[in-house]
Each structure stands twice: as structure tokens, then as C-alpha cells.
Design a protein around this ligand. Structure first.
Ligand code: C5P
Length: 234
């Protein structure tokens, strides 16, 4: 995985997406395609972005029984994306099935790397405890899920920048940590709760950032992208 920033293309359809990329000259930047765009456009959106030279993180957070996940991942492996993911809460057998599907589906090409979502960056401790009955600190839960993901073949996790240090101490530096919930200094947190700046994520050892609204809703998205990249490189 060689890209430090994945721009979250949280747009409703291809027209909006293409207009945004063209208007702000975000040529060939690495992008993240999530459920909103993928469910509207289908796999064809991946081909269109590949044809424009974008590396892609397909963020559809699968969570189902192992057999279904295996078959879904076999199909995803043929899409030519760099990264994709499942929910770590799906358990070890499901994560192993995801990895096997990616390897079997890719055949002779390079399989996408598999990330497991630990806890969504929109989650807070109260929700985990009171609604989901998950006790213990967020850091402990995230590191536990990261270790589970690693032991079952995932290449890394999606987590908040605040948990990267702890999980790298347990899983090692080579285990990937991709961090959403990133905000530039003057931007709103929106529905995200465990937010961090690009600089903090980098300092804590993140391998890549996912950034959406701090760039897409900025007055000058290209400039916001450049600032994020500069902060990362500093
Ligand atoms: O706009 P913002 O930067 O908050 O967007 C974050 C993106 O990262 C969204 O597309 C969201 O689905 C995704 N994401 C996340 N938290 C995770 C995994 C993915 O926010 N744990």
C-alpha cells in the first residue's frame, strides 16, 4: 500500500463524482469508494476510476457468514482495487474466509489487501457500553480486534488515529493501520467522534489516511488536499 491519503468519494453518483474530480483537478489521487457510490453505480464505477488512473480502496465493510463473504470477496478480487475491508466484529472465521476469497479470486494478479474495521470512528464509549454491551476501553477493544484480524490473515485494520500506537505495539509496525475520522484544523467533526489531524495520525504511526468532508466540503478542495498532504509529509 503506497498511498498516504485516500480521498473518500462520498458522492451520490458518477456524474457528481466526475464533476468534483475534474473541477478540482484531483487527477490520479488515491480514492476511497464507499457504499453510497458503489450501491448506486455498481462495479462499473471501479473500472471508470481505474481508467482515470486512481488507486482505489473499496470500503464496503462486509459482515456476513463466512461462505457468503468468501464468495463476495472472490468477486471483489477481480475488480482491481488496492484495498478492501470487512468488519472485524464478524469474527476470525469470517476474516479468514475473506482473505481466502481474495486470494482465490485474484488468481495470477495481485490480490487486494484486506483490512478489518475495528470500531467505527463515529462510535463512543457510551454507545459501546450501553447499546452494544461491549465493556472495557476503546483502546483495548480496538487492539483486541486488530490482533484477531491479524491472526486470521488480515493485512491491517481501519481504526482511529488515537488507537494506532497501541495496536502497532501489539501487532507490529508492518500491520497496516488506515485511519478515517481525519479533520484539518478548521473543519467540523460532523458525525465523527474520535477525530485527529493528519499530523497526529502520522505521529502515531498510521500508514494512510481516509479523508472525506474536510476536503470535499472545503472552500478549495484541491488546496485542502495539498494541506493534508503537506501535513503528512512534514
Ligand atoms: O467525511 P469523513 O472524512 O468523515 O469521511 C470518512 C469516510 O471514512 C467515510 O466514507 C466513512 O464511511 C469512512 N469510514 C469511517 N470510519 C471507519 C471506516 C470508514 O469514517 N471506521
Amino acid at each position: 500500500m503506497g498511498n498516504p491519503i485516500y480521498l473518500a468519494l462520498d458522492f451520490n453518483d458518477w456524474q457528481e463524482t466526475e464533476q468534483f474530480l475534474d473541477k478540482h483537478q484531483l487527477d490520479r489521487v488515491a480514492v476511497k469508494v464507499g457504499m453510497e457510490l458503489f450501491y448506486h453505480e455498481g462495479p462499473d464505477v471501479i473500472k471508470r476510476l481505474r481508467d482515470r488512473g486512481h488507486d482505489i480502496f473499496l470500503d464496503i465493510k462486509l459482515h456476513d457468514i463466512p461462505t457468503t463473504i468468501y464468495k463476495a470477496m472472490k468477486n471483489i478480487a477481480k475488480l482491481d482495487v488496492e484495498l478492501t475491508n470487512v468488519h472485524g466484529l464478524g469474527g476470525g472465521e469470517m476474516i479468514r474466509a475473506a482473505k481466502a476469497g481474495l486470494l482465490d479470486g485474484a488468481k495470477n494478479s495481485k490480490p487486494p489487501e484486506l483490512l478489518a474495521v475495528t470500531l467505527l470512528t463515529s462510535m463512543q464509549k457510551e454507545v459501546l457500553e450501553q447499546e452494544l454491551n461491549i465493556q472495557g476501553s476503546i483502546e483495548d477493544t480496538v487492539t483486541h480486534l486488530a490482533k484477531l484480524a491479524q491472526d486470521n490473515g488480515a493485512d491491517g485494520v481501519v481504526c482511529s488515529a488515537h488507537e494506532v500506537r497501541a495496536l502497532k505495539a501489539i501487532c507490529g509496525r508492518a500491520f497496516l493501520a488506515v485511519t478515517p475520522g481525519i479533520r484539518l484544523l478548521n473543519s467540523d467533526s460532523d458525525d465523527q467522534k474520535r477525530v485527529a489531524t493528519p499530523a497526529l495520525a502520522k505521529r502515531n504511526g498510521a500508514d494512510a489516511l481516509v479523508i472525506g468532508r474536510s476536503i470535499t466540503l472545503a472552500e478549495d478542495p484541491k488546496q485542502a488536499y495539498i494541506i493534508a498532504k503537506e501535513e503528512w509529509n512534514a
